[in-house]
Write a protein that binds this ligand. Structure first.
Ligand SMILES: O=P(O)(O)OC[C@H]1O[C@H](OP(=O)(O)OP(=O)(O)O)[C@H](O)[C@@H]1O
Ligand code: HPA
Length: 181
Protein backbone atom coordinates (compact mmCIF):
# COMPACT_ATOMS: atom_id res chain seq x y z
CA UNK A 1 0.00 0.00 0.00
CA UNK A 2 1.32 3.43 -0.97
CA UNK A 3 2.17 5.75 1.94
CA UNK A 4 -0.86 7.49 3.43
CA UNK A 5 0.73 10.93 3.05
CA UNK A 6 1.10 10.70 -0.73
CA UNK A 7 -1.58 11.38 -3.38
CA UNK A 8 -1.04 7.79 -4.67
CA UNK A 9 -2.63 6.47 -1.47
CA UNK A 10 -6.09 7.42 -2.72
CA UNK A 11 -5.59 5.46 -5.96
CA UNK A 12 -5.47 2.27 -3.90
CA UNK A 13 -8.29 3.05 -1.47
CA UNK A 14 -11.64 1.40 -2.17
CA UNK A 15 -14.40 3.87 -2.94
CA UNK A 16 -17.61 2.73 -1.20
CA UNK A 17 -19.67 5.80 -2.13
CA UNK A 18 -18.56 8.43 -4.64
CA UNK A 19 -19.10 12.17 -4.24
CA UNK A 20 -22.28 12.23 -6.29
CA UNK A 21 -23.84 9.40 -4.28
CA UNK A 22 -22.91 11.02 -0.97
CA UNK A 23 -24.37 14.36 -2.08
CA UNK A 24 -27.57 12.70 -3.31
CA UNK A 25 -27.96 10.89 0.04
CA UNK A 26 -27.53 14.18 1.91
CA UNK A 27 -30.29 15.70 -0.22
CA UNK A 28 -32.62 12.87 0.82
CA UNK A 29 -31.63 13.37 4.46
CA UNK A 30 -32.33 17.11 4.16
CA UNK A 31 -35.80 16.39 2.77
CA UNK A 32 -36.63 14.16 5.76
CA UNK A 33 -35.39 16.76 8.22
CA UNK A 34 -37.29 19.53 6.43
CA UNK A 35 -40.46 17.51 6.79
CA UNK A 36 -39.96 16.58 10.44
CA UNK A 37 -38.61 19.95 11.66
CA UNK A 38 -40.95 22.14 9.58
CA UNK A 39 -42.56 23.71 12.67
CA UNK A 40 -39.48 23.67 14.91
CA UNK A 41 -36.61 26.06 15.56
CA UNK A 42 -33.84 23.78 16.79
CA UNK A 43 -30.34 24.37 18.03
CA UNK A 44 -28.14 22.46 15.61
CA UNK A 45 -24.96 21.12 17.19
CA UNK A 46 -22.26 19.99 14.78
CA UNK A 47 -19.85 17.46 16.29
CA UNK A 48 -16.36 18.58 15.35
CA UNK A 49 -14.20 17.70 13.68
CA UNK A 50 -15.74 15.02 11.51
CA UNK A 51 -19.22 16.56 11.35
CA UNK A 52 -17.99 19.74 9.67
CA UNK A 53 -18.12 18.54 6.06
CA UNK A 54 -21.51 16.85 6.38
CA UNK A 55 -22.89 19.97 8.05
CA UNK A 56 -21.45 22.16 5.30
CA UNK A 57 -23.41 20.19 2.72
CA UNK A 58 -26.56 19.63 4.77
CA UNK A 59 -27.24 22.99 6.43
CA UNK A 60 -27.82 25.08 3.28
CA UNK A 61 -30.52 22.58 2.29
CA UNK A 62 -32.49 22.97 5.52
CA UNK A 63 -35.52 25.20 5.19
CA UNK A 64 -36.51 25.79 8.84
CA UNK A 65 -35.07 28.47 11.14
CA UNK A 66 -32.21 27.10 13.18
CA UNK A 67 -29.45 28.29 15.49
CA UNK A 68 -26.01 26.83 14.86
CA UNK A 69 -23.42 25.86 17.44
CA UNK A 70 -20.90 23.08 17.80
CA UNK A 71 -19.46 20.52 20.18
CA UNK A 72 -15.93 19.25 20.01
CA UNK A 73 -15.89 15.74 21.43
CA UNK A 74 -13.50 13.03 20.34
CA UNK A 75 -12.68 9.44 21.29
CA UNK A 76 -10.59 8.11 18.40
CA UNK A 77 -8.01 10.89 18.05
CA UNK A 78 -6.45 9.67 14.84
CA UNK A 79 -6.59 6.01 15.91
CA UNK A 80 -8.77 3.21 14.55
CA UNK A 81 -10.22 2.18 17.91
CA UNK A 82 -12.03 4.52 20.25
CA UNK A 83 -11.48 5.23 23.94
CA UNK A 84 -13.58 7.31 26.31
CA UNK A 85 -15.13 10.49 24.97
CA UNK A 86 -12.96 13.58 25.57
CA UNK A 87 -14.84 16.89 25.61
CA UNK A 88 -12.81 19.71 24.09
CA UNK A 89 -15.52 22.36 23.51
CA UNK A 90 -19.05 22.61 24.90
CA UNK A 91 -21.84 24.49 23.11
CA UNK A 92 -22.33 28.14 24.05
CA UNK A 93 -26.06 28.45 23.24
CA UNK A 94 -28.39 27.52 26.13
CA UNK A 95 -30.16 24.21 25.48
CA UNK A 96 -32.90 24.79 28.07
CA UNK A 97 -36.30 24.10 26.52
CA UNK A 98 -34.81 23.64 23.07
CA UNK A 99 -35.12 20.97 20.43
CA UNK A 100 -31.54 19.95 19.63
CA UNK A 101 -30.40 18.44 16.35
CA UNK A 102 -26.96 16.80 16.45
CA UNK A 103 -25.06 16.42 13.16
CA UNK A 104 -22.11 14.06 12.89
CA UNK A 105 -20.32 12.02 10.25
CA UNK A 106 -20.66 8.48 11.62
CA UNK A 107 -22.51 6.38 14.17
CA UNK A 108 -20.09 3.56 14.87
CA UNK A 109 -20.37 2.11 18.39
CA UNK A 110 -22.59 5.06 19.26
CA UNK A 111 -20.80 6.05 22.45
CA UNK A 112 -20.09 9.57 21.21
CA UNK A 113 -23.70 10.32 20.30
CA UNK A 114 -24.89 8.61 23.48
CA UNK A 115 -22.79 10.91 25.62
CA UNK A 116 -23.79 13.99 23.66
CA UNK A 117 -27.42 12.98 23.97
CA UNK A 118 -27.15 12.70 27.78
CA UNK A 119 -25.25 15.99 27.95
CA UNK A 120 -28.03 17.83 26.07
CA UNK A 121 -30.83 16.33 28.16
CA UNK A 122 -28.97 17.13 31.40
CA UNK A 123 -28.75 20.75 30.20
CA UNK A 124 -32.49 20.98 29.78
CA UNK A 125 -33.09 20.17 26.10
CA UNK A 126 -36.71 19.32 25.30
CA UNK A 127 -35.67 16.80 22.66
CA UNK A 128 -32.44 15.54 21.12
CA UNK A 129 -32.39 14.18 17.58
CA UNK A 130 -29.30 12.91 15.81
CA UNK A 131 -28.52 12.82 12.10
CA UNK A 132 -25.37 11.23 10.71
CA UNK A 133 -24.02 10.64 7.26
CA UNK A 134 -23.08 7.02 7.92
CA UNK A 135 -24.45 4.20 10.02
CA UNK A 136 -21.87 1.45 10.47
CA UNK A 137 -23.46 -1.99 10.82
CA UNK A 138 -22.08 -4.32 13.49
CA UNK A 139 -23.27 -5.98 16.70
CA UNK A 140 -21.22 -3.79 19.11
CA UNK A 141 -23.67 -0.90 19.34
CA UNK A 142 -24.12 1.13 22.52
CA UNK A 143 -27.75 1.56 23.51
CA UNK A 144 -28.46 4.93 21.83
CA UNK A 145 -29.36 4.59 18.14
CA UNK A 146 -29.17 7.55 15.78
CA UNK A 147 -32.45 8.92 14.46
CA UNK A 148 -31.46 9.64 10.85
CA UNK A 149 -28.67 8.36 8.65
CA UNK A 150 -27.94 8.98 4.99
CA UNK A 151 -25.93 5.85 4.11
CA UNK A 152 -24.85 2.56 5.67
CA UNK A 153 -21.50 0.79 5.66
CA UNK A 154 -20.27 -2.62 6.69
CA UNK A 155 -17.95 -3.10 9.61
CA UNK A 156 -14.82 -1.59 8.05
CA UNK A 157 -12.78 1.45 8.97
CA UNK A 158 -13.86 4.19 6.59
CA UNK A 159 -12.61 7.67 5.82
CA UNK A 160 -13.38 10.71 3.69
CA UNK A 161 -16.13 13.32 3.73
CA UNK A 162 -15.05 14.44 7.21
CA UNK A 163 -13.73 11.17 8.60
CA UNK A 164 -10.01 10.76 9.01
CA UNK A 165 -7.63 7.87 8.64
CA UNK A 166 -4.69 8.47 11.01
CA UNK A 167 -5.50 12.17 11.00
CA UNK A 168 -5.47 12.51 7.19
CA UNK A 169 -7.88 12.41 4.24
CA UNK A 170 -10.94 14.04 5.84
CA UNK A 171 -10.95 15.89 2.52
CA UNK A 172 -11.41 12.73 0.40
CA UNK A 173 -14.48 13.47 -1.73
CA UNK A 174 -16.51 10.32 -0.97
CA UNK A 175 -16.51 7.40 1.47
CA UNK A 176 -13.44 5.19 1.21
CA UNK A 177 -12.02 2.10 2.92
CA UNK A 178 -8.62 0.46 2.93
CA UNK A 179 -8.41 -2.31 0.32
CA UNK A 180 -9.31 -5.76 1.66
CA UNK A 181 -6.20 -7.85 2.31
O1 LIG B 1 -19.97 5.95 17.43
P1 LIG B 1 -18.60 6.07 18.00
O2 LIG B 1 -17.86 4.76 18.04
O3 LIG B 1 -18.56 6.79 19.31
O4 LIG B 1 -17.74 6.91 16.95
C1 LIG B 1 -18.25 8.02 16.26
C2 LIG B 1 -17.41 9.24 16.51
O5 LIG B 1 -16.06 8.97 16.14
C3 LIG B 1 -15.60 9.99 15.28
O6 LIG B 1 -15.04 11.04 15.99
P2 LIG B 1 -13.51 11.04 16.46
O7 LIG B 1 -13.44 10.67 17.90
O8 LIG B 1 -12.70 10.24 15.52
O9 LIG B 1 -13.17 12.56 16.34
P3 LIG B 1 -13.14 13.42 15.00
O10 LIG B 1 -14.52 13.90 14.76
O11 LIG B 1 -12.20 14.53 15.30
O12 LIG B 1 -12.66 12.54 13.89
C4 LIG B 1 -16.84 10.46 14.57
O13 LIG B 1 -16.70 11.77 14.09
C5 LIG B 1 -17.92 10.36 15.63
O14 LIG B 1 -18.03 11.57 16.38
O1 HPA C 1 -14.74 3.98 10.59
C1 HPA C 1 -14.42 5.11 11.06
N1 HPA C 1 -13.64 5.96 10.36
C2 HPA C 1 -13.29 7.19 10.81
N2 HPA C 1 -13.65 7.65 12.00
C3 HPA C 1 -14.42 6.84 12.76
N3 HPA C 1 -14.92 7.08 13.98
C4 HPA C 1 -15.61 6.00 14.30
N4 HPA C 1 -15.57 5.07 13.32
C5 HPA C 1 -14.82 5.59 12.33
Amino acid sequence: MTAINTPGFMDQAECLYDHQTVCASIEVLAASLNHDFADKQPVVLVVMTGGAIVAGHLLPQLSFPLELDYIHATRYQGKMTGEKVRWLVQPQISLIGRDVLIIDDIHDVGLTLGEINSYCMERGATSVTSAVLLLKNHPRKASVPCDYHALEVDDRFVFGFGMDYKGLWRNAPGIFALPKA
